[in-house]
Design a protein around this ligand. Sequence first.
Ligand code: ADP
Length: 411
Amino acid sequence: MKVLVLNCGSSSVKFQLVEIGGVPAAPVGDRLLAKGLVENIGGAALLKCEAEGKPPLRESGEILEHKIAVERVLELLGRPEVGALRDRREIEAVGHRVVHGGERFKASVLMDEDVLRGIEDCFDLAPLHNPPNVKGYRAVRDLLGDVPQVAVFDTAFHQTMEPQAYLYGLPYVLYERHGIRRYGFHGTSHRFVSRRLAELMGRGPAEPGLRLITCHLGNGCSVAAIRGGRSVDTSMGFTPLEGLVMGTRSGDLDPAILLHVMRKEELGPWEVGALLNKHSGLLGISGLSNDMRSLLEAEAGGNERARLAVDVFCYRLKKYIAAYVGALGGIDGLAFAGGIGENAPKIRERSLAGLAALGLELDAERNGAARGTDAEIGTGASKARVFVVPTNEELLIARDTFEIVSARRPS
Ligand code: ADP
């Protein structure tokens, strides 16, 4: 089955065309046929596509809305120089990454008007992210007719958290009235990485009592504590701003700082939102870059503020890992994923330094060598096993889509 995976953002559409064979219980031969993105929708857009065995393609042109972007993607996939589709009817299903599913969506679902209303009900919770997902759905319906579409939610995996983990110390009425609680994000990545981690450990993904911690460290960063395949806690909260220090997001802070800074700097709510989301984190501390690779290079060259930014990043991560060992009552396995987690041995080393007492010990040589592929990096003596596990959210979206669509077909 050829599945088109779409991740529609406010001004971008990322896509992958994945072919999945076999039956849902035993999918075989996941094959990435093409991937790419359209960015800067609404103006002079840029289109990039890489197809299996073909040179990469780049084009620019005016693309004013998401439907036109999706149309261009379909047209591109059908071109002989891309060679991913002979006919767009070969696409048997479409899977959408949807950011917010609120409390209603606890798993991936086949999309229909009722599901769409549910996604719209979450607009308030994710005003920048959920509206383009709905546009993506409507674009596909207009262009591909009634091809089945599946929504895979970033929040769904964390819906297993208990109230003790998801409630804030605020008046309960704010939860009841406005849904103010921890939702958590990056759920698709934590689900993919935790399953793969269990598999690499030779354990079943839902084995009762198996205690795992997954660290997704990309531009956005989050940690999840998982017991028996279910998320019990995660560092992102009501929005993706909470938790770890990220590329440009602050992560945790004393909320009174906001009130103080708003007064002192005469900032309004929108400005303070931009401050916390776009000008903080690694970029804010270093004053140099939001990119971990650049910061590690600058630090090696003696840049003090780059060192500070990296130190704060690793220390915060270490505290979360230690807290989650506590939340789980111990730990059996930990995985690093995302651009930083997969490629930066120094960050892994600094974040786990001093955690041997909790059962986490890195093997310096294995850690130094592990980049971008599945690899065990803990010592033989480490009580908990430690791995690098490259994440692949799109593949999980494609697999969920394949499973849901196959299940409704008469066999
Ligand atoms: P996104 O969240 O946008 O998918 P990625 O998962 O690609 O982002 O992660 C981007 C981050 O990974 C950046 O901070 C980048 O510097 C970092 N990164 C990528 N490769 C390396 C590397 N070799 N060493 C250190 N950091 C790296």
